[in-house]
Structures are given as structure tokens and as C-alpha cells.
Ligand binder design. Structure first.
Ligand SMILES: [Zn+2]
Length: 250
């Protein structure tokens, strides 16, 4: 799960209508679901970390620090379940890249980095909350080929694209190829899968984390929390505290 930096809100007061925060959130974080990391060009929505549907969090309905971006699958699983900030890893305040691992067969699992039961439990709870622990929902097309309609199979697909890109880079290790890979990653989403695929390539990892500017345009994943990584692209844990409640658990 990509750790993000939402930065201070664009206005001092809470939003009257939380939907008004959407353009600014998307501009700062890119069109990616904050949980499953998919690129969602349409139908991405303002996601309330602590659900607006629960009475006790009603006062956070328009609060910038309570906003992420969520897709219908993650939102639809999370719904109005209670979220205690010390019981979930959150991409705006924890180093969620450190906390999870992505396997080539499409799974998201608690990372082996977590060497204590307490934090492993938090990781499992986070995956269950958002449905990222769900397996494939097998649907075949008319030729018997699996159609990737679920997040699991979409992760598997992107793994193939990322590994193929890595092979292309091996064959043609040029700056142009490196930039093209970052553009491809940006176009597909799934930051963590790209980072895992290039785990042994510090330069590519830094490019995925930082993005790059070219002809006045930014390419990459906007809003990635750079302070969650060291100069070689390895995750730093715990995340430096950024003043948000319950953060830096990992
Ligand atoms: Zn999602």
C-alpha cells in the first residue's frame, strides 16, 4: 500500500460538502485508490477513514485529515465499519509499504518485516477491512480465459506487465526505457507491485517513488511519502511522525 503525503488541507475550516475536496485530493495523490492502489480514472471517491455513517465520527465528515481516495470495491467492503486508528495501518500516517508484501500470484499479505504478533494482527485487520485479503472471483470469457474483474486478478495481471518491463530494461538499459517504465506504472497503478518487481534496482525504485519532470510535466505517482524510503528505495520504519493521530505504528 503506497504511503502518501496528503499535505495540509487547502482551507482552514472543514469542508461543508466533503465532495468538494475531491479535485484537490486527486491532484495531490493521483487517480489511485489509497488502499488497493488501482488507477481509477472515473468513479474514485472521497473516502472517510473514520466512516461518516457512524454517529461518533459525524464531526469528521468534512475534515481534510480524515480523507483518502477510495474505489467502489474498497469503499464497498469497508462501509461504515468502525476504524480505531491504532488498529489499522493507514497510508497517510504509517509506512504501509513496509507493512505489506505483494506476491506474484496476486496476494497482499502482512510483510515478513512485521516481526511481532501485534503488528501482524493490525496488518491482517487492515486487509480484511478493505477486502484486500479476498481471493479471485473467477469469471471466464467465452474462450475460457479468466477475466480480471477483481482486484486479485488485476494484481496478477500487473505483475506480468511489471516483470516484462523489467526484462525490457535488461535488454535496453537506457534512460528512455526507465522513463517509459515509470509512465507505464503510472498508467496502470499498483505502485507496490512495481516497487516489488524492481526490488533490486535502487535507481528504478527511486524513480517510482519520486517520479520525474519532463517538459514541464510530472510523470509518476503524485503524493508518495518520500520520507518513508531511504536513498536506495528501501522502506524506513517507523515512518517519521507527521502529526496525525495514531500514526507511525510502522
Ligand atoms: Zn480500492
Amino acid at each position: 500500500m503506497r504511503p502518501i503525503n496528503r499535505r495540509p488541507g487547502p482551507q482552514i475550516l472543514d469542508f461543508e460538502n466533503y465532495r468538494d475536496a475531491f479535485p484537490e485530493l486527486q491532484s495531490r495523490l493521483g487517480p489511485y485508490c489509497s488502499y488497493c492502489e488501482r488507477r481509477i480514472p472515473t468513479q474514485l471517491a472521497v473516502e472517510h477513514i473514520q466512516p461518516k455513517g457512524l454517529k461518533r465520527y459525524e464531526h469528521l465528515k468534512g475534515r481534510w485529515d480524515n480523507f483518502l481516495l477510495g474505489c467502489v470495491n474498497c469503499n464497498g467492503t469497508k462501509t461504515d465499519k468502525d476504524v480505531a486508528l491504532d488498529k489499522v495501518f493507514l497510508p497517510d500516517r504509517d509506512n504501509t509499504f513496509f507493512a505489506f508484501t505483494y506476491t506474484k500470484d496476486g496476494q497482499v499479505l502482512p510483510s515478513p518485516n512485521l516481526n511481532d504478533d501485534a503488528r501482524r494482527r493490525i496488518a491482517l485487520h487492515t486487509l480484511a477491512l478493505t477486502g484486500l485479503d479476498k481471493g479471485p472471483n473467477e469469471v471466464m470469457d467465452e474462450n475460457g480465459k479468466i477475466v480480471a474483474i477483481d482486484r486479485y486478478n488485476q494484481r496478477k495481471e500487473i505483475w506480468l506487465v511489471a516483470l516484462e518491463s523489467k526484462e525490457d530494461l535488461r535488454d535496453a538499459p537506457t534512460p528512455q526505457m526507465k522513463r517509459q517504465i515509470v509512465r507505464t506504472a503510472q498508467g496502470h497503478g499498483f505502485f507496490s507491485i512495481w516497487m516489488e518487481a524492481f526490488a533490486d534496482d535502487a535507481e528504478m525504485r527511486r524513480m517510482l517513488i519520486d517520479g520525474f519532470d519532463r517538459n514541464g510535466e510530472f510523470y509518476g505517482f503524485p503524493g508518495t511519502a518520500r520520507d518513508c524510503f531511504d536513498p536506495t528505495g528501501q522502506p524506513v520504519s517507523p515512518r517519521p511522525h507527521n502529526g496525525l493521530d495514531g500514526g507511525s505504528k510502522v
